[in-house]
Each structure stands twice: as structure tokens, then as C-alpha cells.
Design a protein around this ligand. Structure first.
Ligand SMILES: Cc1cc2nc3c(=O)[nH]c(=O)nc-3n(C[C@H](O)[C@H](O)[C@H](O)COP(=O)(O)OP(=O)(O)OC[C@H]3O[C@@H](n4cnc5c(N)ncnc54)[C@H](O)[C@@H]3O)c2cc1C
Length: 285
């Protein structure tokens, strides 16, 4: 990761907030929006959760000082959800108290299905307390997500729709990719017609075309939703969409805790594993 040429750098902006801000500036210069994600998840002690929260507060301050767009994504297990729910909520509140008055939007990433209920519950509680600068993520691979989408749309909240990055049991999730894609397409239609500035987070050209067609048919103009893609993935498609007048937000992960995120990206695309193997062999040669 420390070497600029390392393969992990294709997906992760660096280990420091300064590197992430530099990456964000480059993305903004290409006409795109950004969301910064200080990587971290599954912390096992309250001390680690506190440290992650303090670090996030520093990130918020650094973003404010830099002048880049004020938008972050975070995970509740990074703030201590596995250790103590109340502490995780407190930590999230601390971040919101600093970020919200400064005009940030904060997206709660969605983790494994064992966290779906608690994540939505925390989100709905904070929403009920007036936190309007907060959004959630729903994963099309889960059977429950179509109902969850109706529930979040009814609140008037912002949803990021993804296919889902975690291996889930058949009891809760579609196993076949074609079923996940079909669920994504169904949810996409609902997000466009009933959603509130929905985020269509995918690199799948078929889903992107569907979104464009449905939006056009429903008279939903391109300023009422956005596409989102991951840093380092399908930059060609990102650029094409911006040229066609669509909003594209690039999710920019950074930080020392990059390994689990990196492994999920490799797992999604076997070709990426070949890149890593070639890079390692190249290093040896
Ligand atoms: C902005 C954003 C935020 C996300 N947040 C979450 C979240 O909170 N929770 C969650 O579970 N998941 C999240 N994800 C991940 C998501 O669930 C999928 O795992 C991921 O986006 C791959 O699915 P896809 O929709 O791009 O479609 P796929 O059908 O998997 O891929 C379509 C095409 O995209 C390209 N592609 C996809 N993945 C890669 C890759 N790793 N490397 C290179 N090319 C690739 C390939 O060309 C591929 O053919 C997020 C994704 C995005 C874009």
C-alpha cells in the first residue's frame, strides 16, 4: 500500500486523509461527486471504537479545511456495534454533531445481513430525532430489501441501492447472480419512481441503462438521482455518464484498515486476483 504502484492502490486512495483528499480533488476535477470512507469495521473493544470515532472526527475537520465536498460513508461496526450498541450510537451522534452543522451528508454503509435490522433501527431512530443528513444502503441480494425500500421511501430518506458485497446464506439471500440482478432491477424502478434522490450504486452497464430508460419514461430528470461507483472501478463508465449529463459520485476508501475492503473487491471479480498474482510475480522477477 505504501508504494504508489501497489495493486491495492487501484481501489484504495492511500492510508492517510491527505492522500484521500488528493484523490478526491482529482475525482472532482473530472466533474464527479465524492464520498470519503475511512476504512474500518468489526472493532472488538470500546477503546478501538473510541479511537475510530476520534479519527473520524479528524477526517471531518480535514475535509472542512480542504474545501472538498462534505460527504462521508461509515460502518456501524467501526464505531463499536459488535461491542455495545448504545456506545456505537453515541459515537455516531458525536460524528453527526460535528458533521451536520457543517453541511455534511453521512451514509451508513450496510454490512452483513446480521446487521440489517439493527442498522435500519438506528437509522430510523436518528431520522425520528430529526437527522435528515443521514442515508442508508439496501442490498438487492437480500429477500427482505424490497420491503425495506418501501419502508425507507415512506420516511422520505435517501437510499443507496447496491447488489450486496457479502456472502449470505440461502435462507436470507438470493444465491444466483441472475436473481440478484432481477431484484436489483425491480428495486431500481421503485427507487427512481418513489425514492428521494436515490443513489444507484453499481458498475453494471445493464442496470445503468435500465435506470436511464426508467427515469426518462417516468419524467425523472437526472438531477433527481445519482449514480455511484467505487474508486478505481470502471472509470470509463464514470466518465461516460458525466459526459452524458448524469451525476456520478465516487466512493473513495482510505486508511490503514484496508484489507477486508480490498478482499471484497477481489472476491467480486476473479480477474482482479490475476492482477495481484501478476503483480507479486512481477515483484519477484
Ligand atoms: C458506491 C458504492 C457503495 C457500496 N456500498 C456497499 C455497502 O454499503 N454494502 C454492500 O454490501 N455493498 C456495497 N457496495 C458493493 C456492491 O454491493 C457490489 O458488491 C459491487 O458494487 C459490485 O456489484 P455491481 O453492482 O457493480 O455489479 P456486478 O454485476 O458485480 O459487476 C458489474 C461489472 O462491474 C465491474 N466490477 C464490479 N466489481 C468490480 C471489481 N471489484 N473490480 C473491477 N471491476 C468490477 C465489472 O466490469 C463487472 O462486470 C457498494 C458499491 C458501490 C458502487
Amino acid at each position: 500500500m505504501r508504494r504508489p504502484s501497489s495493486f491495492a492502490r487501484r481501489f484504495i486512495a492511500g492510508e492517510t486523509v491527505a492522500e484521500a483528499i488528493a484523490a478526491a480533488r482529482a475525482v472532482q476535477a473530472r466533474g464527479m461527486l465524492i464520498s470519503l470512507d475511512l476504512l474500518g469495521e468489526s472493532v472488538a473493544t470500546l477503546a478501538a471504537a473510541d479511537a475510530a470515532t476520534r479519527e473520524y472526527l479528524q477526517v471531518v475537520d480535514a475535509i472542512i479545511a480542504s474545501g472538498i465536498e462534505r460527504n462521508i460513508s461509515l460502518k456501524l461496526t467501526q464505531l463499536g456495534l459488535d461491542v455495545d450498541k448504545a456506545s456505537a450510537v453515541d459515537n455516531l451522534r458525536k460524528i453527526l454533531e460535528r458533521a451536520a452543522p457543517a453541511g455534511f451528508f453521512v451514509r451508513l454503509d450496510m454490512e452483513q445481513s446480521s446487521y440489517t435490522d439493527v442498522t435500519l433501527e438506528i437509522f430510523e431512530t436518528l431520522w425520528g430525532h430529526g437527522c435528515r443528513e443521514l442515508g442508508v444502503v439496501l442490498q438487492a441480494e437480500l429477500y427482505r430489501s424490497e420491503q425495506d425500500l418501501a419502508r425507507v421511501n415512506a420516511l422520505g430518506a435517501r437510499v443507496r441501492l447496491v447488489k450486496g458485497a457479502y456472502q449470505e446464506p440461502k435462507s436470507v439471500a438470493y444465491a444466483k447472480k441472475s436473481d440478484v440482478d432481477a431484484a436489483y432491477a425491480r428495486m431500481l424502478k421503485v427507487l427512481i419512481t418513489d425514492g428521494h434522490y436515490g443513489a444507484i450504486a453499481t458498475h453494471d452497464p445493464a442496470m445503468i441503462t435500465l435506470a436511464q430508460d426508467w427515469a426518462r419514461a417516468a419524467g425523472v430528470t437526472p438531477d433527481r438521482f445519482e449514480f455511484q461507483m467505487l474508486y478505481g472501478v470502471r472509470r470509463d463508465l464514470q466518465t461516460m455518464l458525466v459526459s452524458a449529463g448524469y451525476r456520478v459520485r465516487v466512493y473513495i476508501p482510505f486508511g490503514r484498515e484496508w484489507f477486508p475492503y480490498f478482499m471484497r473487491r477481489l472476491g467480486e471479480r476473479p480477474a482482479n486476483v490475476m492482477f495481484v498474482i501478476r503483480a507479486i510475480l512481477g515483484d519477484r522477477g
